[in-house]
Design a protein around this ligand. Structure first.
Ligand SMILES: C[S@@+](CC[C@H](N)C(=O)[O-])C[C@H]1O[C@@H](n2cnc3c(N)ncnc32)[C@H](O)[C@@H]1O
Length: 343
């Protein structure tokens, strides 16, 4: 294994097709549609609205949001496409930063319907096993059905509370937590993050909604694990204190198409949505080549482009590149929000 990579089989990453928006795998989309036959759009819409309200308010009232079959179905119709897109984009960033990383085993907690498993199987063809932990029986059952026979290995679904120390869960090359931290108390979150890091042999990837609160939770994880010797793989190009200051916040955006079902459930007309997300990927080993990260949509004018960058020296700020900058200008013109920009 080259020193530059995190642990796992030397990697075969399936690059995303840049001409394709971040769509769900066809099999997953058709299985979701099948699973919703017999449930009316009105019911799904209402449940979706209640769920959105609870997520927006970050409601923590001791109840799981996905507490019954209808909420579980509404989640797969209304939210899964966006969380899949965000996680898949974050995995692409990991793959770009650590091209040799090829995880064998995935450990995903707070798995919902298995969103991360589908994204990881799409991103890393090395994947040969997965353990998923989920407390809600309705979403776990639905996730098991959606994924039946879909992978080169049978995923192992476990029922359990992620606040209880992850007892009995073994290590994995890729450990993930996607859109979960906002559902638990900060003290539980710290303990969970420590337990996840203990089980991480390669990369720990944590994704949150791209809100200021989501970014603050990501920062807390980053600071906590850097202090324990972790190395940041993405998005940060350095291990210094985060140079972004409130009211600004570090987040990214991933466009995804909305299927007819998705439009119906959201009572929407625009055929796509832009999912805002924040994330951090941390590794046991370092080696990612240093490159700046584009922190906002580039602003282009005739013969010039203005980029907001986070830089390997720990600073962040705007840079103006013009034609006179030659190759750097050409690369900057091709860059998009979230991209790495090698020096
Ligand atoms: C917003 S969903 C995210 C699902 C999936 N990770 C994704 O990205 O689409 C959060 C999931 O975490 C689960 N969860 C919340 N608290 C939990 C706990 N204490 N133990 C286990 N799972 C929990 C919920 O039941 C839900 O399925």
């Amino acid at each position: 294994m080259p020193a530059a990579s995190a642990r796992g089989t030397p990697g075969v990453v399936r690059p995303m097709d840049p001409t394709r928006p971040m769509d769900l795998p066809n099999l997953l989309r058709s299985r979701i549609e099948e699973s919703l036959l017999g449930t009316s759009s009105t019911e799904l819409q209402r449940a979706g609205e209640i769920l959105s309200g609870r997520y927006r308010a970050e409601t923590r009232d001791g109840r799981l949001h996905l507490s019954d079959d209808l909420f579980a179905k509404a989640y797969t119709a209304a939210r899964l496409p966006a969380t899949y897109a965000a996680v898949r984009a974050a995995m692409e960033a990991v793959a770009e930063a650590l091209p040799e990383f090829g995880p064998d085993r995935l450990l995903d907690v707070g798995s919902g319907p298995g969103t991360v498993l589908w994204a990881a199987a799409d991103a890393f063809e090395t994947l040969s096993g997965a353990t998923l932990l989920e407390a809600s029986a309705p979403i776990r059952r639905l996730g098991e059905r959606l994924g039946e026979g879909a992978f080169a290995f049978p995923p192992e679904w476990r029922s359990g509370d992620l606040r209880s120390g992850l007892v009995g869960l073994g290590p994995a090359d890729l450990v993930t937590l996607s859109y979960v931290l906002d559902e638990i108390e900060p003290a539980d979150a710290d303990r969970l993050v420590d337990a996840l890091w203990e089980r991480t042999e390669g990369v720990l990837l944590i994704v949150e909604p791209g809100t200021p609160a989501g970014w603050r939770r990501i920062l807390r994880v980053r600071d906590r694990l850097l202090a324990r010797g972790a190395h940041v793989v993405a998005p940060c190009p350095h291990a210094e204190a985060c140079p972004i200051e409130a009211p600004d916040w570090c987040h990214f955006s991933q466009r995804l198409p909305r299927s007819r079902l998705h439009l119906r459930v959201k009572d929407a007309e625009v055929p796509f949505e832009d999912e805002k997300f924040a994330y951090v990927a941390l590794a046991r080993e370092t080696g990612a080549e240093k490159a700046a990260r584009v922190l906002a949509p580039p602003r282009t004018g005739s013969g010039k482009v203005r980029l907001k960058l986070c830089r390997p020296d720990g600073t962040a700020g705007e840079e103006l590149l013009t034609k006179r900058d030659g190759e750097a200008f050409r690369r900057a013109r091709r860059a998009d929000w979230g991209d790495r920009l090698p020096a």
